[in-house]
Design a protein around this ligand. Structure first.
Ligand code: SDX
Length: 428
């Protein structure tokens, strides 16, 4: 294949280099487009055909349904690794040795207390506040309590900021959950594993010992791994573009949390459960809702279906669907909602509307069913997504800063009024 692309505009030819990635993906490097043509730019709403960066963190092939973190398949990692190992892998590029993992965890535990004044911010929120709004604010507030910005050129500074957020974020998640449920804002136990400690911080009742359920622990660890990174999705791109202005790590992460909240993105896991509960409350008539999803006049969409990149099964959805069966079975939970989800999936997989548009279940379609079985309320589902995605956001932010990428500033094509003169108000 040639190493150049040729563009012809008004009979004039322009050549641009082709960039080929390690997985043979090809991009046209148009960084000189505007300067070599008469200020011509490209236009690609939603960036469906536009790459924002070259990254070595996550590879996904939407046509084949492949997802790998630093070259390791998501199937292997979900099966054999634990969440903290995967966090280390995403951020530093290699699976940790036993010693590295122990030191990483110890350094995180040393940072797993938050300033008592943050309780005052938590207390200021009404119980009715959506947890995603609370956790986005609390994450941004960390900047106030940790003002020193990250010197990304210093490995030590970068490492300190990483273990700080990995230590404090789970506390903020637990406090967000507990505040809403009228429970005291507590800490977990430094002698526990990273995910064990998250469960204890969230669910420990003030008047009894917390009993760890290995089924719930294993399910949460796997869910967090499956959500850990997903290349340049909406919230990760938000974290990268915010960070490209050289604003701090915590403030950049807070922007990603807000972007993730949207029902078309991470907020879909909450929207899926609400949709399934709505269908169940309406008698479980899946045919009626399939018809609504296909009706262009009807705003109803089958939440948890479709994906910007996956035009095949989302590999994470396959793993989560299997885990949902196992967790509900092991917990002895009969959930009509799971049956409705499976019925919708079966119907969609053979319906031309969905088949022609390559709409398959995505990561959000089954995850809420497991969270619910674990006792996590629906409006906390996207917070759990953020907890999983945190290492991915950190890894992507760090890569963007280490690569000294320029500030993100897209162009536009202006289609508004051309020059016109001001009219005084009596003449309008
Ligand atoms: C996540 O990017 C990532 O990697 C995200 C994520 C991650 O890990 O970070 O994977 C997590 O956000 C998963 C996606 C969760 N969102 C949902 O489940 C919401 C429901 N899905 C859709 O809104 C939609 O599929 C998107 C937003 C996910 C993708 O939208 P696109 O790529 O912009 O596609 P589109 O909206 O242009 O849809 C193409 C066609 C349209 O029909 P036509 O105009 O061709 O007639 O498919 C239809 C759409 O109407 N369509 C759906 C549908 N999704 C797309 N029709 C019914 N139900 C749906 N869910």
């Amino acid at each position: 294949m040639s190493d150049k692309a040729t563009l012809e505009i008004d009979g004039k030819k322009y050549e641009f280099p082709l960039i080929v990635g390690t997985e043979k993906e090809v991009a046209i490097d148009i960084s000189s487009l505007r300067s070599t043509t008469d200020s011509v730019i490209t236009l690609d709403p939603g960036y469906k055909n536009t790459g924002s960066c070259q990254s070595a963190i996550t590879f996904l092939d939407g046509e084949q349904g492949i997802l790998r973190y630093r070259g390791y398949s998501i199937e292997e990692l979900a099966e054999k690794a634990d969440f903290l190992e995967v966090a280390f892998l995403l951020i530093f590029g290699e699976l940790p040795t036993k010693e590295q993992l122990e030191k990483f965890h110890a350094d995180i535990k040393a940072q797993s207390v938050v300033d008592e004044d943050i309780r005052k911010i938590v207390d200021a929120f009404p119980k009715s506040a959506h947890p995603m709004g609370v956790i986005a604010s609390l994450t941004s507030a960390l900047t106030a309590f940790n003002p020193s910005s990250v010197n990304v050129d210093s490995e030590e500074d970068m490492y300190k900021a990483i273990v700080k957020i990995l230590g404090k974020f789970p506390v903020l998640v637990a406090w967000t959950f507990r505040k809403k449920n009228g429970l005291p804002l507590d800490y977990g136990d430094k002698n526990l594993g990273y995910v064990e400690n998250i469960l204890k911080m969230m669910f420990k009742q003030p008047n009894e010992e917390y009993k760890m359920n290995p089924i719930v622990l294993n399910a949460l660890d796997k869910l967090l791994i499956l959500h850990a990174d997903h290349e340049q999705n909406c919230s990760t791109s938000t974290v990268r573009i915010a960070g490209s202005s050289h604003v701090g790590l915590f403030a950049s992460l807070s922007t990603g949390i807000s972007a993730l909240w949207g029902p078309l993105h991470g907020g879909a896991n909450q929207a899926v459960l609400e949709m399934l509960e709505g269908i169940n409350a309406d008698g479980g008539d899946t045919d009626k809702y399939m018809a609504k999803a296909k009706d262009r006049e009807d705003p109803f969409r089958l939440m948890g279906f479709g994906h910007r990149v996956y035009k095949n099964f989302d590999p994470r959805a396959k793993i989560i669907k299997k885990a949902a069966d196992e967790v509900l079975n092991d917990l002895g939970v009969e959930d009509k909602i799971l049956e409705i989800a499976k019925a919708l999936e079966q119907e969609a997989l053979k319906d031309p509307y969905f088949v022609d548009r390559k709409l398959y279940p995505n990561v959000d379609f089954y995850s809420g069913i497991i969270y619910r079985a674990m006792g996590i309320p629906t409006d906390m589902f996207t917070v759990m997504f953020a907890l999983g995605r945190l290492p991915g956001w950190i890894a992507q932010w760090r890569e963007m800063r280490l690569n000294k990428e320029p500030i993100g500033r897209p162009r536009q094509i202006y289609i508004g009024e051309t020059l016109r003169s001001f009219k005084s108000i009596d003449k309008r």
